[in-house]
Design a protein around this ligand. Structure first.
Ligand SMILES: Cc1cc2nc3c(=O)[nH]c(=O)nc-3n(C[C@H](O)[C@H](O)[C@H](O)COP(=O)(O)O)c2cc1C
Length: 157
């Protein structure tokens, strides 16, 4: 199995999750980033990203090395933004959805409360038209409660 973890992280939580999952699965890490980062301070932090998600914005991404043909499994991670995926993840999925068709897809999402992460992953699965082989919710500050091992096992099967 050749797997990649493609993820966006604004403030480090999703990055930490992606790195733990890479250790457990052996998947290659590919971090995506918008050309212009969303605000990370003050009220603008939630408004800026939240609006981008609600508007289904497709921000331009920094160049990244990802060739879907090289992987049979692609794990995609996002922070929950306004109960959806972060806008840079939408750009990635829209650009790659044809190339990702037929791949094994697994999803993970960081959040304050699980409902946000679950809604984000529902929308990602819908956009891809995929049924994920595994999903992982990681709540900020409660990382130890997330079933990393179970996720890695499902991805490996
Ligand atoms: C713009 C914005 C919107 C958010 N919306 C939600 C949400 O709807 N539900 C939720 O549980 N958490 C929400 N969060 C919290 C993030 O999903 C959470 O802190 C995540 O772990 C951040 O990941 P990162 O550090 O990799 O950027 C939001 C955070 C931001 C910045």
């Amino acid at each position: 199995m050749k797997a990649a973890i493609v993820y966006y992280s604004q403030t480090g939580h999703t990055d930490a999750t992606a790195k733990k999952l890479a250790k457990l699965t052996g998947a290659e890490l590919i971090r995506i980033a918008p050309k212009e980062e969303y605000k990370v301070k003050g009220l603008g932090h939630f408004l800026d990203g939240g609006k981008a998600t609600l508007r289904k914005d497709l921000p331009e991404l920094m160049p990244c090395q990802f060739d879907a043909a090289a992987y049979d499994t692609v794990i995609i991670g996002t922070p929950a933004w306004a109960a959806g995926m972060a806008a840079p993840v939408r750009t990635f999925l829209e650009a790659q959805k044809e190339a990702l068709r037929g791949k094994r897809i697994a999803l993970f999402a960081g959040c304050f409360v699980p409902v946000g992460a679950n809604k984000a992953m529902d929308k990602m699965a819908e956009l891809l038209g995929a049924t994920p082989v595994a999903r992982l919710v990681v709540v900020d500050g409660k990382e130890e409660k997330a079933d990393f091992a179970g996720f890695a096992k499902a991805v490996a099967e």
